[in-house]
Ligand binder design. Structure first.
Ligand SMILES: O=C(O)CCC(=O)C(=O)O
Length: 435
């Protein structure tokens, strides 16, 4: 697999450039740190990868402390850039050693470890050197994909040779059937789980309106709407339909933040970093008694291959289309986003599974009891599913609209529109916030 080493080295600038960048990161870093960082760079370019990894550990530990002290927004950019740089060196060394058949350390480093190191650099660091980590991690993940696919093929072949038909009952295959983007199937399941939408309150659906019609009728009036037949061309819904297997293939070894707990307003709610494979195994296929949700994460900046499967809705050009925040929302049945509002226009696109949506206009504010703390002032204190009417007596008087959002549908929410959202199946949605 020298091929991977060549690809990695091709992405990286030469020694002198990296050392120069490393020396520029002088702000607020002690000289002992800087000399160790320089020596870590030198070991990398001397192809002494195991020594480079050894030297990277105290550097990353030191920076980790710095990054986790105080408020994230106040963290010194130099520390984040240094974290990014050392992650490049450590992750590249791990990947090279893991794929070098001659290296004695081969067995102690895995490609999955390298991907984790790169992702930590992407999540915690600040990009330098043309954001080279995104290219490195993509190449290394592709290399792992190839190994996985060939191992899976040989596993399947040997299972067929054993004449073991149980391969067809593989849990993933069952899940993939459930993830079919077939609206009829979802309607049946909704009936089974007794979701009854009051027709008088149902959010209006419009089939692929023109920009002018959408703008005049919905955007300018601050009226929510579900747009149908506008995104059928997305690869995620057509040529490269998203399924658990597909997501594992493209991003299974990537590390992402997972929200754990029934909702972010609960005291026991927390966040953990884990790979998408672990998240799927534990929280989607497994029987965890806690809910895990990959929520509001800029997954598509992290995994450009998945970004290629989606398209920014044309309607976003009514705002500044250069500045659209795209977030992934991937989780099991039963994830809840408590009643809250956001400052921007939003298209919430349903790719897999369906979600119950309930909306309130800001005219209802006084009956929705927003929290009075700064961090939660956009969130209602009321549990929309089981409101405590003694504490919040006006809640049931607030007017709302509701719907079940199905695959291929796109919900438009004007800025400051209150929304409560609950997934009815394993679900993957993509939101586009724009101004
Ligand atoms: O789908 C969800 O769970 C929440 C989505 C949301 O709150 C948003 O897009 O602003």
């Amino acid at each position: 697999m020298d091929e991977l080493k060549i690809r990695i080295l091709n992405h990286l600038p030469d020694t002198a450039k990296v050392i120069a960048v490393s020396i520029e990161l002088i702000d607020d870093l002690p000289s002992s740190y800087l000399s160790l960082q320089k020596s870590c760079c030198e070991r990398f370019y001397a192809e002494d990868y195991s020594e480079c990894i050894e030297k990277s550990k105290p550097l990353l530990d030191y920076l980790w402390e710095k990054l986790n002290t105080g408020n994230w927004k106040d963290v010194n950019m130099t520390w984040r850039e240094a974290y990014y740089l050392v992650s490049i060196l450590k992750g590249s060394s791990q990947a090279i050693l893991a794929t070098d058949n001659r290296a004695e350390e081969k067995n102690t480093h895995s490609i999955a470890d390298a991907i984790k190191t790169f992702d930590m650099g992407l999540l915690m660091g600040a990009p330098i050197l043309n954001n080279v980590l995104t290219k490195l991690v993509q190449d290394v993940h592709t290399c792992l994909e190839k190994i996985e696919v060939s191992e899976k093929k040989s596993e399947l072949t040997s299972r067929y040779i054993d004449n073991d038909k149980s391969v067809h009952n593989d849990a993933n295959q069952l899940m993939n059937k459930k993830l079919k983007t077939d609206t009829e199937i979802y309607k049946v399941i909704e009936e089974e789980i007794k979701i009854k939408i009051d027709k008088n309150k149902e959010i209006k659906r419009v089939s692929c309106p023109s920009l002018e019609y959408f703008s005049a009728t919905f955007k300018d009036n601050g009226t929510p709407v579900i747009i149908t037949n506008a995104i059928n061309h997305w690869p995620a819904l057509s040529t490269r339909q998203w399924s658990l297997d597909y997501i594992r293939l493209k991003a299974g070894f990537r590390t992402v933040p997972i929200e754990i707990g029934s909702k972010y307003t609960e005291d026991n709610w927390t966040q953990k970093l884990m790979t998408i494979n672990d998240f799927i195994d534990k929280f989607i296929l497994g029987s965890q008694n806690q809910t895990g949700y990959l929520a509001q994460h800029q997954l598509f900046d992290q995994v450009p291959e998945l970004r290629n499967d989606i398209v920014i809705p044309d309607y976003c050009c009514l705002g500044n289309s250069e500045d659209v925040d795209i977030n992934a929302w991937f989780g099991p049945k039963g994830t809840i986003s408590p009643l809250h509002h956001d400052p921007k226009h939003n298209f919430l696109v349903q790719v897999v599974g369906s979600k119950y949506i309930r909306l309130y206009s800001s005219t209802e504010n006084s009956m929705l009891y927003p929290h009075d703390t700064f961090l939660l002032e956009n969130t209602s204190q009321v549990d929309a599913e089981n409101p405590d009417l003694v504490k919040f007596p006006l809640f049931n008087e607030a007017l709302f609209s509701e719907a079940v959002l199905r695959p291929g549908e796109m919900l438009y929410m004007p800025p400051k529109y209150w929304h409560f959202i609950k997934s009815l199946h394993v679900s993957f949605s993509v939101s586009f916030w724009w101004e």
